[in-house]
Design a protein around this ligand. Sequence first.
Ligand SMILES: [Zn+2]
Length: 437
Amino acid sequence: MKNLPSFDRSRLLATLDRLAPYMTQTLSAFVAAQSPSGAEQPAAEFLEQTLLDLGLDSERIVLNSSLIESLPLFSCPCDPDNGRYNLLARHLPRSRGGRSVLFNGHLDVVPTGPESLWTQPPYVPWVKDGWLHGRGAGDMKGGLICALVAYKALHELGLQPAGIVGFNAVLDEENTGNGTLATLHALQNALAKARLTDFDAVVIPEPFGETLMSAQVGVCWLFIEITGKPAHVAYMNQGINPIEAGIAIMADLKQLESEWNAPAQRHPLFRDAAHPINFNLGRIEGGEWNSSVPCTCTLGLRFSFFPGMTAEEATRQVTQRIRATAARVNAALTVDIRSRGHVSPGCEYDLDAPAMQVLADAHRKITGAPPERLACTATTDGRHFALMTDIPVTVYGPVARNIHGIDEAVSLDSMKRVAATMAQFMVDWCGVEPLVA
Ligand SMILES: [Zn+2]
């Protein structure tokens, strides 16, 4: 192509060095735009403006649970729809000849825990020793900013992708995945300006240390409401304690967890993982008074299972164990098990697909070594693309630490490498053309 400014990696890396303050400032403001699951509006508004500043118009894809509730990957919502929306911005090339990519990432973040445990308040981001700290810095606002910085870096080099590049920021990834489900439904059913056929590849920059994801476990949430019989503690034998029953139920579920982790039970891609299946008691509520046998106890459970097992089958086995333990503890206990939050099957990713090989090669060009492959012990929104479409997809994002913990942080050096890899990927996969004057 005539007049195409030359692309070379040393100029790209120098440009990314120049963009370091932009990257840090933009991510800091993004983190400060608090966006717990169910209340992501501030982050959506911030990102909408940031995309606009890059010349990218976003369309809003409003979450409407009634449109998606019959789909197999729908999870019972944890929060009302409330008019909340995903964003989808598209770079449209002049030539239309190049291949395309969609960057997908979530806006929502998990609760911070006690602020007193944080070195600084979780929504007042700070940089120390090359790490940017704050809730959501790693999971996963940093990854979304990497994609924006990669795109901006090409602009600074006088280039733009010669194929469509989409930026999709979604809600409710941490508890259901219904945000990405709503995006896919809109793209598949002509409810948005964009179409699913716009995209030849999907990259999700979740913070898994610059690895390419080869598979992820399935994840389900259950709320287990146990009702016993209250009594004065002086006559404890007349009561039935549902909190103690809950402890017995969790002890037995830990046994099931180790059965599923047993080498013979493992999916082959998870053979070398230290402890791939994790059953977590994440919340507990119950009781009213130290000297009363309590009435009720509710357990908030997250459990995982290997790809190949359906969410229904995993839930059936877990539910059966819960009911068997309760019956053993005391037949008079009542146990009500409700599904709210994740019903998310596991999946494998085809890393031999040409797009994924180009991504792996872009990583090699930037870092000097091929990326490691990760069989992930968490879920990501990648499952929607892997299970509902033929589009090649993987997860590839920066190094982070303490995600879902205290003093969460993302490595700024790693963000720069990931942005460089993304820019290289756009050059190699989409092609480039001169930037519109
Ligand atoms: Zn995440």
